[in-house]
Design a protein around this ligand. Sequence first.
Ligand SMILES: [Zn+2]
Length: 147
Amino acid sequence: MTADRRPKHAAVARRARRAFHYIWASPATAIGLSIGVVALCLGAKARIVDGVVEIGGGRRAAPDSPRRRIPFDAITFGHVILGRDPVCLAHLRAHEHVHVRQYERWGALFFAAYAVASGIEALRGRNPYWWNRFEREARAKAAQRSG
Ligand SMILES: [Zn+2]
């Protein structure tokens, strides 16, 4: 192999790894897209940011609706981030993109891994969301990017 071919090989390897990440995370992405299609029918808008589909906005729940009690502003399924509105999506982008990387690592196993991590924290008597290792990683890495 000559030295001038090496960058080409690296680029091919990078693209192959990228393709594998999309395929590996695709079961979770399919769930996100299924929910996203419903949101789009209710007026949400979609855009692609750094290879990730972001869907948010649309018809807002009435003030007394139980939907107002949904305890998150954004949630990630593979390469799809569902957000309450574009402001939430922008504010939480760095955090949610860490979750995208977690799906790329774990694939569909991420659902089980996340549940086990929450269960461990609950057994320790701690908040299963706040202390979940995947949430702690997302907060730490998002803070590094913004600071
Ligand atoms: Zn999170």
